[in-house]
Design a protein. Structure first.
Length: 54
């Protein structure tokens, strides 16, 4: 797996785990609100892969 792909996959995994944590009883929602925007901001901008195919 390429390094950028690995970073992307790890970040998506962390966002998913954070979402699951937010749904648990006693979760620190202040932590979730503080961390989730930073994780989301670290994702790359989406690209139009359909345009690249032509």
């Amino acid at each position: 797996m390429c390094p950028d792909c690995e970073d992307f996959a790890r970040t998506v995994l962390l966002l998913g785990q954070l979402a699951l944590y937010a749904d648990t009883s006693g979760a620190d929602l202040d932590f979730v609100e503080a961390v989730s925007p930073s994780l989301a901001a670290s994702l790359p901008e989406p690209t139009d892969t359909a345009a690249e195919d032509f």
